[in-house]
Each structure stands twice: as C-alpha cells, then as structure tokens.
Design a protein. Structure first.
Length: 146
C-alpha cells in the first residue's frame, strides 16, 4: 500500500464519523445506522423503488434491504405503495419525515464543515477545494469496482 493510500484509508473513516457525530449533536438528529441512511438517500435521489431495485442500487442482498425497510417503516421514514400498472409490485418511497431529516442533516453538516474549514488558512481551503474533483473520481472508481 502506498503512503497516500494508507493515509487516505486511515483518515476517511474518522473524518466521516467526526462529521456525523458533530452533525447529530448540533442538529439533535437521531442515530440512524449508515445503512438506513443509504436507503433513504437512494430513495430521495431515485424516487420510489421496489425493494429489489433498492438492493441492486446499494449492491446488497434483498434480505438485508427487507430488514432495513422494516426498521425504517416502523420509524415512519419510508412509505409503501403499489405500482399503478401492476398491483403486485411494492414501491418504497421516503416519507416527508425522512426528507426533512435528510434536509436537516445536510444543512447542519454543511454548517459544521464550514466552521471547521473557516479555521484553516485560505491556502489550505483552496487545496482542499482543488482535491474535491479528484476525491469524486476516486469515489466513482471505487463504486464501479463493486
């Protein structure tokens, strides 16, 4: 492993967890497991989907999605419906409560990051900004590997 790969691997988990902890604390947000948040993100970006489509989008087993949906439904974060063309096909959508929760999370996490970035010099912020497109490419590459 190269030193860049080692440092990036060591940094990304704590960075993500730090953002999450600070955001949850500041926004008084619930402690949803990452897997549940991923389901909600897929539903808000792609619209109503069947459980099979959610599993495919997340590249997880259908049984995993089924368990996640049970928890999300009991928390009022997803709603079930059926397709107009085939009443046997269940469609899952993010509830208004889930959409509000994600919106709050996004705005609070942006504020948390803005405050931390403000403590850096302008040159340091510029370096982070310049690295963002490369991090996005890296993320896309990793997604394609699965």
């Amino acid at each position: 492993m190269t030193s860049i790969a080692r440092e990036l691997a060591a940094l990304t988990g704590p960075l993500r967890r730090g953002i999450l902890r600070a955001t949850r604390s500041r926004g008084s947000l619930p402690n949803l497991p990452d897997a549940q948040v991923e389901v909600l993100r897929v539903l808000t970006h792609k619209g109503p989907l069947s459980p099979s489509d959610i599993a495919e989008a997340l590249r997880v087993a259908k049984s995993t999605v089924s368990n996640l949906l049970k928890s999300l439904q009991s928390a009022g974060l997803v709603e079930r419906g059926i397709t107009a063309s085939d009443g046997r096909v269940t469609l899952i959508s993010a509830s208004p409560k889930a959409m509000q929760l994600l919106s709050t999370y996004d705005s609070v996490s942006e504020a948390v990051l803005d405050e931390s970035l403000a403590r850096l010099s302008a040159a340091e912020r510029a370096k982070i900004g310049a690295a963002l497109p490369l991090l996005a490419r890296l993320s896309d590459d990793l997604a394609e590997q699965n």
